[in-house]
Ligand binder design. Sequence first.
Ligand code: SF4
Length: 295
Amino acid sequence: MLKGIQVKSILNKHKKRDDWFLDDYSVNPYSGCSFNCIYCYIRGSKYGENMAKTLSVKVNAPELLEKQLKRRAKKGEYGIIALSSSTEPYMPIEEKLKLTRKLLEIILRYKFPVHVLTKSKLVLRDLDLLKEIDKNATLPDDLKSKLKHGAIISFSISTLDEKLAKILEPGAPAPIERLKTMRKCKKEGFLVGIDNIPVLPFLSDTDEQLNEAIKIAKEYRANFVLVGALTLFGNKPADCKTLYYKFLERHYSELVPKYKSLFRIFFQPTKEYQKELEDKSKKLCERYEIKNGII
Ligand code: SF4
């Protein structure tokens, strides 16, 4: 049964704006995530191996957000809110609970801008509110000349291979559905993009695969693409590094030594790998005339 929890805070203020997603704040209506992606960085003993089973709802989120945004708005501390950074705001349960929707109503009331990060077409339900936010939000002063939207909607895709996506993101909608949803959002006038994160070494990072990922983002009318490498944390049973290696051993055992030499003892692949990925993405974005960043 889905658990309800009371939290002490719902609006997290970052020390510094995120360079990629441009968020100054984040709001996570749920704790855990039923999409259950194997590579998910939030994984760990708190959520267990099956995050769909340990999912909980932050029942006092609307009341807290109201208080926290009211205070920030009074001081003029406007900033983009990431919805969400460590859960999916549009899991199937949201259809019934409408918690994300309630939070968007509050965000609209206090005129804060948002960046919706999702893998789900359920975001389409809330385009009415997001359109109002897009028009009426107050952007932070330093972004006013660079960004003309109060709402950004981006969709994360780690692979276009449907079979691989089903194994790695067992609860999430298919990548093609995410692309189609993005195109619908674009038609409605939103600033939209693909978060090509995490790119999976040896599984979705060949030149052809990267080319295809950026080409298809352009075809489905993304304004921008963000490309980022896989990160693997922890050694405990429910950590993403442990689960990801289990997945490799089961489906691609020949890749295990390659991953070990790429990651060594670190949570990120080598600097050279990251630089190469960044350079390739930049070139591909130029080729397809698509932005390699939101602004
Ligand atoms: S959708 Fe996002 S938050 Fe949910 S499991 Fe996947 S990566 Fe984690």
